[in-house]
Design a protein around this ligand. Sequence first.
Ligand SMILES: [Zn+2]
Ligand SMILES: [Zn+2]
Length: 256
Amino acid sequence: MIEIIDSHTHIDTAPFDPDREEVIERALAAGVTTMINIGASEGFLSNDRSIALAEKYDCIYATAGIHPHDAEVEIDRGRLVELAKHPKVVAIGETGLDFFRDWSPQDLQYKWFRLQIEIAHEVKKPLIIHSRSAGEQCYEILKEMEAEKVGGVFHCFAEDAQFAKKLAQINFLVSFPGPVTFKKSEDVRTVVKEVPLEQIMVETDAPYLAPEPFRGRRCEPAHTIHTAKKIAEVKEIPFEQCARILSQTTRDFFKI
Ligand SMILES: [Zn+2]
Ligand SMILES: [Zn+2]
């Protein structure tokens, strides 16, 4: 059986309130057997919601963290460590730096980022990195704080293949979302082509970034299939083989 894992989704959020159950059923029916629900949005709120989902559904795992957009949330280290230790929490984040939107002060973004790397070491779980217009800055901190010991992934990867190579050396993967399927995303597909398949995961980042043919609509985990198919096409290998390698990488990464 073909299986695909959505390595980064936000189905705990409000856009899924009306039909969350159906969304999960559609994912399973499409072959998306497992979903990693990212517990970082709306401060600590989404951490609690993610863990509740992971407790309710075998096919869902959670992460614990504070998003760089939420860096102004009061720092509660003890609470975050407690969440991070939950048996169904498989990674820390998403955390990192976002200098593109710059919705929160940079010094606070750095503070939370460093704290979450520290916690990743403490609980021995990998990091989910959100980096926009801040690739080098993220890389420097990860290197300095020896994040290669826990590993991690740059989600919605937007840098070039050269940068992915640097990341491989510190034990980091890259993850691609739906836009890889867009007609005009030729440069992203070039990166997909050059990065070894074993360093790649797929994601939806739902509710955003729906792949073709759903572009512009609400994205949901079932759509991960379309992104994975495009990656197989770019890599010029059968979809089944591509799916097997993507899933194995993702299972190894999250230890699930
Ligand atoms: Zn993100
Ligand atoms: Zn996200």
